[in-house]
Design a protein around this ligand. Sequence first.
Ligand code: PBG
Length: 330
Amino acid sequence: MELTHRPRRLRRSPALRRLVRENVLTTNDLIYPLFVMEGENNVVEVPSMPGCFRFTTDRLIQEVKEVYELGINAIALFPVVPEEKKDNSGTESFNPDGLIQQTIRALKQEVPAVLIFSDVALDPYTTHGHDGVLGADGEILNDETVGVLVQMAVSHAQAGADFVSPSDMMDGRIGAIREELDQNGYDRVGILAYSAKYASAYYGPFRDALGSAPKSGDKKTYQMDCANSREAIKEVYLDIEEGADLVMVKPALAYLDIIRDVKLATDVPVVAYNVSGEYAMVKAADRMGWIDGKKVMLETLLSMKRAGADIILTYFAKEVAQILGKHPDF
Ligand code: PBG
């Protein structure tokens, strides 16, 4: 058969495939999320996230040293807050000697090269589990919440965070945080804005990990409706205008179109959050023997790069780093 085009010609060998490959997965682009809890010398696995743990600060430092050696440059921190420290407006969140603040200080001392992204949202700190201050009428109060978030962000900057990551979806919080950081002399601290964050059922295992599931209602009055895509661009533009350095789409796998839309609409690095439910699904199917979990993991993360993500926040980061060391050509 005489054919002008034989696309298979470019797929004939590993060397050729490597040569024409359009996207790569590398540890350079990964942020590793970690759960920190009070106490000493303790590590507890999260049941719905096999391979993910809650660490006490001392053990977390060991883990961060280990992943840094594997090539991971950045981590994101989330606290497990004891019930007795929670209240309606999450005041523990800006305690200068709180768990997160202490952990950031310790990490900066022990592993200064690793970038720290600290999550800014109230849900781990509120008795009701919402990301904001709960009003008498059941409404999450926007401006009151922003007032708490700015204090939280400054306390993280004071402790040594490189980036603060508001994940709450209140209106106007990026601008308010930027202004407060600057006024306190933290103009070098960056903001990773959770800009297009959807009200998603994929966050279940994360809420198990932190014990932060909302006690009543859902988060649909502040997180986005999964039916919408143009609204994501509006949110992203607002956050960039208000001073975001990096913008995020979350979740990632069911929102690859949004990652692409945001990439095309902006000129800032785009972060994809490969969330807890996406992680749990792969692990569960792998455990059942129904899929090859490692291959599915790599393929899924690469799909996020292909969609346009510059950076991926993923619980798989350590595992990926271990594999990429051995198979650098994936
Ligand atoms: C809360 C927050 C959530 C996640 C990150 N920050 C959960 C939520 O919004 O309820 C979810 C991350 C994941 O599922 O991996 N501010």
